[in-house]
Design a protein. Structure first.
Length: 499
C-alpha cells in the first residue's frame, strides 16, 4: 500500500459486503483454475467491521505449511487453496517457514506488486492475515515485553515483525519488500494473561519511548494509519489494513483486551473453538459474544484440537511427525468438526491446518455451510465428540471452572442536588459463563430481590450498575447474583451502604 493512499479506497475491495457466494460442486473439485481464469467462488461471510467478505474455509499456516512432511509440497497446497477460491489466509512470525512458503506461492500466482505481471484483482480478493508475538513496538531498556517471541533473529519489536512478514511474503526475505506490499490483518499473537494485555496497550495515548514501554498496538496503529507517533515509522508507511488479537487459553484475558479498547482499534478475534469447547473454560459464551457486541470479526481455530481429535498426542505440534494426514474418523467425521465451529454464533470463518491435498479438498467442501446448524444439532455433535474423543483434547484451553460470581461488586454514595435522600449505586463487573450462557443479573437488597438486569457483554472497563435511594441514617446490604440459562446461580459477597 503506497504512502498516502486513501484508506477508504484501499479497504473497499473484496467479494462484496455481506455477499454469500457458493461454488458449483463440479467446479470446486474439478482441478485448479488457471491464473487468468481466477479463483472459484466459495461460501463467504462478512468479517465483522473489516467489512470484508472472507470464505468460511480459511487456510491455516501451520501443519504441512510449517512442519512439512516428506512428499508434501506446501507451496502447491497454498496455490491450490487460492485457486479453489480460498480468500482467508493465515500465517505468523512464529510459524517457521510458513510465511516464506506463502511468498513462494504468491510469486507462482503473480501476486507480487511491482512485477511485470501482477494479478492485482486476485490480490484484492485475498485477506492475508499474519501475527506478531512481540508485545512492545520496540525494546524498553532491553526488555522486549512479557511473552515476546519471533522467528526473526533481528526482530526487536512488533514493527520489525510486520516488515519481516512483508519481506518473506512479497520481497527478498532479507528485509526488503516492493512498494505496494501490504498485509490485510496483523494480529497480536497468543494473548494469555492480563499482563500480556497491559503490555500491548502500554503507552498507547502517549507513545514516547523515553517515558516508558511502547506497546505493540501503538506501533501497529502507525503502520495502519501511516503516522509516526511512536517514532518508529519515519517513512509514514501504511502497511497493514486491520489489527486483531489471538488466543486459545484464557477467555478472561481476551475479554480484558477488548474491554480496554476504548478507541475501537481491534477489528478481529482469533480464538479456539471446537466441539469440546464447553468442557473447558469456553470461548463461545465468554470472549466471542463480547467480540460480536463490539462489531469484531471472529475467526475460529483449533477446529480439530491441533490433531488431537484424530490420534495426535494432546500437546503442541513441533515436528513433521505431528502432522495428521487422516480425514476425520468413522467415530467422529471431520465434517462434523468443521460445521460445529462454523455454526457457533458470531464465528465468521475457521482456519484449518492442512496435512495434504485430500484434506484440503475435504475441509473446503465441509466449509460450504449456507446456514448454521441448530442448537440441537450442535449438542448432538458435542455428545458424539465426547464419546468418541474423550475430554482431554483441548490441552491448549483453560480448564472448566463453571459459572463465576459477578466480579468487583462495590457501592458508592451520592447526594443529588435537590433531593433529601442519598443515591447509592451498586456496581459490578461481568461474571464468566460456565457451559451455558449468562441469562440475567439480580441485585439483592437485604437478601431480597431488588432489581433484575438482562445479561449482556460488558464491552468496556466501565462496570454495570443500578441505583437505589438511601434514607439518612439508614443502612442496607447488597449482593449481585448471576443466573445462567440452565437456572444455576452464583452470588457475590455482600457489600454495605450506610449513611
Amino acid at each position: 500500500m503506497g504512502k498516502g493512499m486513501p484508506r477508504r479506497k484501499f479497504f473497499g475491495y473484496g467479494l462484496g459486503l455481506g455477499t454469500v457466494l457458493v461454488a458449483r460442486p463440479w467446479d470446486l473439485f474439478g482441478g485448479i483454475a488457471s491464473a487468468t481464469e481466477g479463483p472459484r467462488a466459495l461460501v463467504a461471510r462478512t468479517l465483522g467491521k473489516t467489512n470484508r467478505a472472507v470464505t468460511t474455509f480459511g487456510l491455516g499456516g501451520q501443519a504441512s505449511l510449517q512442519w512439512t512432511p516428506e512428499g508434501i509440497d506446501p507451496v502447491a497446497l497454498i496455490a491450490k487453496a487460492i485457486m479453489l477460491g480460498t480468500t482467508y489466509l493465515d500465517t505468523s512470525n512464529v510459524y517457521g517457514p510458513s510465511q516464506a512458503n506463502f511468498g513462494k506461492a504468491f510469486k507462482k500466482l503473480d501476486l507480487i506488486p511491482g512485477k511485470p505481471v501482477y494479478n492485482e484483482p486476485m490480490r484484492r480478493k485475498i485477506f492475508l492475515a499474519t501475527k506478531t508475538m512481540m508485545r512492545y513496538t520496540a525494546p524498553f531498556e532491553g526488555d522486549l515485553g512479557p511473552g515476546s517471541r519471533s522467528n526473526g533473529e533481528s526482530v526487536r519489536g512488533a514493527i520489525d515483525d510486520v516488515k519481516r512478514s512483508l519481506s518473506l511474503i512479497f520481497g527478498d526475505g532479507k528485509g526488503n519488500y516492493p512498494k505496494g506490499s501490504y498485509l490485510d490483518l496483523v494480529q497480536v499473537h497468543n494473548i494469555q494473561s492480563f499482563e500480556h494485555v497491559d503490555a500491548i496497550y502500554a503507552g498507547l495515548e502517549n507513545p514516547d519511548p523515553k517515558a516508558g514501554p511502547v506497546g505493540a498496538l501503538a506501533g501497529l496503529l502507525d503502520l495502519r494509519d501511516g503516522t509516526n507517533r511512536t517514532g518508529f515509522n519515519p517513512g509514514n508507511e501504511r502497511l497493514i489494513g486491520h489489527i486483531g488479537i489471538t488466543g486459545h487459553w484464557n477467555s478472561p484475558a481476551h475479554m480484558y483486551a477488548m474491554q480496554k479498547d476504548s478507541r475501537g482499534i481491534l477489528d478481529t478475534l482469533l480464538v479456539a473453538i471446537n466441539a469440546n469447547d464447553r468442557l473447558y473454560f469456553n470461548h463461545q459464551y465468554n470472549a466471542i459474544p463480547l467480540a460480536k457486541a463490539k462489531g469484531m470479526g471472529v475467526i475460529a481455530m483449533k477446529v480439530f484440537a491441533d490433531g488431537a481429535f484424530y490420534g495426535k498426542t494432546p500437546r503442541f505440534s513441533s515436528a513433521p511427525s505431528d502432522v495428521v494426514h487422516a480425514i476425520g474418523s468413522d467415530a467422529f467425521p471431520s465434517k462434523l468438526a468443521v460445521r460445529y465451529s462454523l455454526s457457533i454464533p458470531g464465528v465468521d470463518t475457521a482456519i484449518m491446518g492442512i496435512g495434504n491435498e485430500r484434506q484440503l479438498l475435504a475441509n473446503i467442501q465441509a466449509s460450504q455451510l449456507k446456514g448454521p446448524l441448530s442448537e440441537a444439532e450442535l449438542r448432538a455433535i458435542e455428545g458424539r465428540a465426547k464419546d468418541a474423543l474423550g475430554k482431554t483434547t483441548n490441552y491448549f484451553q483453560r480448564p472448566y471452572e463453571g459459572l463465576s460470581a459477578p466480579k468487583n461488586v462495590r457501592v458508592e454514595l451520592d447526594m443529588p442536588y435537590g433531593k433529601k435522600d442519598l443515591d447509592v449505586r451498586i456496581f459490578w463487573d461481568t461474571a464468566y459463563a460456565g457451559d451455558e450462557p449468562l441469562a440475567f443479573y439480580e441485585v439483592l437488597k437485604d437478601g431480597k430481590p431488588f432489581k433484575r438486569v438482562q445479561a449482556a457483554p460488558q464491552t468496556s472497563l466501565e462496570p454495570f450498575f443500578v441505583t437505589d435511594a438511601l434514607a439518612k441514617e439508614a443502612a442496607h446490604t447488597y449482593q449481585v447474583r448471576v443466573t445462567d440459562r440452565a437456572g444455576r446461580s452464583r452470588a457475590s459477597q455482600e457489600v454495605t451502604a450506610k449513611t
